[in-house]
Design a protein around this ligand. Structure first.
Ligand code: KIV
Ligand code: NA
Length: 273
């Protein structure tokens, strides 16, 4: 399993960090077999596997449940797990309590928190307690209703400066990496050069130290509309949808099951009809 220092070295050596989300046993296993450097147990699971329309309804219990399944599928891969909506905003005590629970019960190697400012203070407390943390700035989906929608961040002078300041603040808080979501690639490049910890981009261009995408998005699995920054590598909706349809049709038409799917026995021992 990789560790924090190896990720730092990868940045220095300009070796890209490949991260993908994982939510359950099979997705985690697939990411590990593909030798992804990191798996993110993202609170995007609220959308991808639980069917909510944002990450806001996701609870600590949801994260623990899925985080444990991911750990069973990817025991040898570095796992980052999201602290969900409002689990780190009520008080420092509550944030530490929730952080401890996610970290200890799932066996993830780091926690990810969205935002800066007061959140950076929480991050430094978590790091102080021995828990590695990853930052997340730019488009922060837990704040979608404050941001006014899912849109590109940091495009004007003030917003760009603010994002750089946030990145520096998160680095100073002791974070081991920062996710940059949905910002122009030129700004991501400036941030990447100005901080010593790795940047992991999603919709933040090729200059980031690593990339992260959502498992269901790259597989086009259960999602219809994909954001511009996603590259789908297969069309699972079509591929898997067709397989499920054929199964249903074959049951109806009695084409399934066939002899090779069937058990048999000596009929003389059968009870009378
Ligand atoms: O929850 C998630 O999937 C994320 C990534 C998109 C960065 O936070
Ligand atoms: Na997330």
């Amino acid at each position: 399993m990789r560790n924090k220092n190896q990720f730092l070295r990868m940045k220095q050596d300009q070796e890209k960090i490949a991260m993908i989300t994982g939510y359950d046993f099979p997705s985690a296993k697939m990411a590990e077999e593909a030798k992804a450097d990191m798996i993110l147990v993202g609170d995007s699971l609220g959308m991808t596997v639980l069917g909510y329309d944002s990450t806001i309804p996701v609870t600590i219990e949801d994260m623990v449940h899925h985080g444990k399944a991911v750990a069973r599928g990817a025991g040898d891969t570095f796992k980052v797990i999201d602290m969900p909506f409002m689990s780190y905003h009520i008080s420092i005590e509550e944030a530490l309590k929730n952080g401890r629970r996610l970290y200890q019960e799932t066996g993830a190697q780091a926690l990810k928190l969205e935002g800066s400012g007061e959140v950076a203070e929480i991050m430094s407390k978590l790091v102080h307690a021995g828990i590695p943390v990853v930052g997340h700035i730019g488009l922060t989906p837990q704040s979608v209703n404050v941001l006014g929608g899912y849109k590109v961040q940091g495009k004007d002078r003030e917003a760009a400066q603010r994002l750089l300041d946030e990145a520096l603040e998160i680095e100073a808080a002791g974070a081991m990496a920062i996710v940059l979501e949905c910002i122009p690639h030129q700004l991501a490049e400036v941030i990447t050069k100005r901080i010593s910890i790795p940047t992991i981009g999603i919709g933040a261009g090729a200059e980031c130290d690593g990339q992260v995408l959502v498992y269901h998005d790259i597989l086009r699995y259960g999602v219809e509309r994909l954001p511009k920054f996603v590259k789908p590598y297969v069309d699972s909706n079509h591929l898997l949808g067709e397989a499920v349809q054929t199964y249903v049709n074959e049951v109806k038409s009695k084409a399934f099951p066939e002899e090779q799917h069937t058990f048999t026995m000596d009929v003389s021992v059968l009870p009378e009809e």
